[in-house]
Write a protein that binds this ligand. Structure first.
Ligand code: IMP
Length: 430
């Protein structure tokens, strides 16, 4: 069985953890391929809510092996904290179940300090990063001075490399940004401690995946962030520093495109965004609260990683067309359809007015995007609560119409719809 890739189609927070958990029941391996603990994936099982940042969402299934792939970036302190929290709730995170690719790059406190210093320096033009050191660690990777996870297997080499790394970053932190230096010896000692616990989890990621794929097992590549946060295909510079799109899964896991058969795009039935940058369908005031929620429920639109209220707006079809194109999506998962229940009518952005003419595609060039005015089609709403629906024929006609409209206008079928945070609140569409 080949590899299935799960992609966020918007600006992250589409509910990828939910669908990954759902599809993981048929998978042998679930693998994260990009990003680090800037992600926040929520899996709800009955009354239990699991919030994961780094460990793949498949970990909740006892029979699934989870891999943090070479394209991901790993803060070892966060990984261990997450492992301990899972173990305390009875979820096994033994090396047989949880594996770390030796080509993944390590995040250090120096990367986090650099992230904070960069954002401070940008002032009003700050990207609004999650301050998890993501930009600086990928910068080091591209400069070929990064610390790869393989170092965790050699304590002496690790201590030496971490010390040199922190000393080099201190130069910049102090001389360029006027910040306090970090204690290089202390950080190195801390990392040696992490190495003792994490070294047994190290693997050659591509080899592990190839063995599974050769045996006909299913591999699920779990995307983090979203298409519009991709460094190439997103709203640059308000993006993350990696490739959350389908191409990122190929390089971030070391599996070639011939072995991919499904690319599933996860899109929320409306749009949300954390951090800065243009957002054509953004709403304010009461309409925004209606979509965002008040923060009382874990599935309300507040950042899993940062707790920040998310910016929210209506569904943007030019954006979904862009995501379908750059990922070659085979199908959609439309999440949080239940949040739209009770609206008399639902505006959906079907195109933009740009400099006096109509465009149907999503420009990723920021000045162009900032000039785009959304053109809305207003679809009829439905009054019924749909959280109990489990089959397509249990959805009200207008909810079906909304789903069909998304499929027709975006150019890909809708395979699944989610109508609540629970594992069972899922509808497989015909
Ligand atoms: P960074 O990834 O921390 O460098 O942040 C860069 C941008 O990506 C910021 O706008 C963040 O808010 C956004 N971002 C990063 N990870 C996520 C995520 O998992 N969900 C939503 N936004 C994210």
């Amino acid at each position: 069985m080949p590899m299935t890739i799960i992609i966020g189609a918007q600006w992250g927070d589409e509910g990828k953890g939910h669908i990954t958990d759902r599809l993981a029941q048929d998978a042998a391996i679930v693998a994260r391929y990009s990003g680090g603990d800037n992600a926040g994936h929520t899996v709800t099982i009955g009354r239990e809510v699991f919030k994961l940042h780094l460990i793949p969402s498949g970990i909740i299934h006892p029979g699934v092996v989870c891999l943090v792939g070479n394209g991901a970036v790993v803060n070892p302190a966060v990984m261990l904290r997450e492992m301990d929290a899972l173990a305390a709730r009875g979820v096994s995170v033994a090396p047989a179940r949880l594996k770390l690719s030796d080509g993944a790059h390590l995040i250090t406190p120096a990367h986090i300090a650099m992230d904070k210093a960069h954002e401070k320096q940008r002032g009003g033009a700050a990207i609004g990063t999650t301050l998890r050191g993501i930009g600086p660690v990928y910068t080091d990777k591209a400069r070929r001075i990064g610390l790869r996870a393989a170092l965790l297997a050699d304590e002496e080499a690790l201590a030496e490399a971490v010390q040199a790394h922190v000393a080099a970053k201190n130069e910049v932190l102090v001389k360029v940004y006027g910040e306090e230096p970090l204690d290089a010896h202390a950080v190195a000692a801390e990392y040696v401690g992490y190495a003792r616990r994490l070294a047994p989890h190290l693997v050659d990621g591509p080899l592990l995946l190839d063995e599974a794929l050769q045996q006909g097992q299913m591999v699920l590549a779990e995307g983090a962030q979203g298409t519009l946060l991709d460094i190439d295909h997103g709203t640059y510079p308000f993006v993350t520093s990696s490739s959350p799109t389908a191409g990122g899964a190929i390089t971030g896991l070391g599996v070639g495109p011939r072995l991919v058969d499904r690319v599933i795009g996860v899109a929320k039935a409306f749009t949300s965004r954390v951090g800065g940058g243009p957002f054509p369908t953004e709403l304010s005031d009461d309409a925004a609260v209606r979509l965002r929620g008040t923060g009382e429920n874990p599935w309300d639109e507040y950042g899993t990683t940062t707790g920040r209220p998310r910016r929210v707006g209506w569904l943007d079809l030019p954006m979904l067309r862009h995501a379908r194109r750059v990922n070659s999506l085979s199908e959609w998962v439309l999440t949080k359809l239940d949040i739209l229940s009770g609206l008399p009518e639902i505006p959906v952005c079907v195109g933009y007015e740009l400099d006096g003419r109509r465009v149907d595609s999503f420009p990723t060039d920021l000045p162009t995007l900032a000039r785009c005015r959304p053109l809305y089609e207003r679809l009829p709403g439905w009054a019924e609560d749909i959280m109990g629906a489990r089959r397509p024929d249990e959805l009200p006609d207008n909810a079906r119409r909304y789903v069909d409209f998304v499929a027709k206008e975006s150019g890909a079928p809708v395979g699944y719809v989610s109508v609540g945070p629970g594992r069972e609140q899922f509808i497989v569409m015909e």
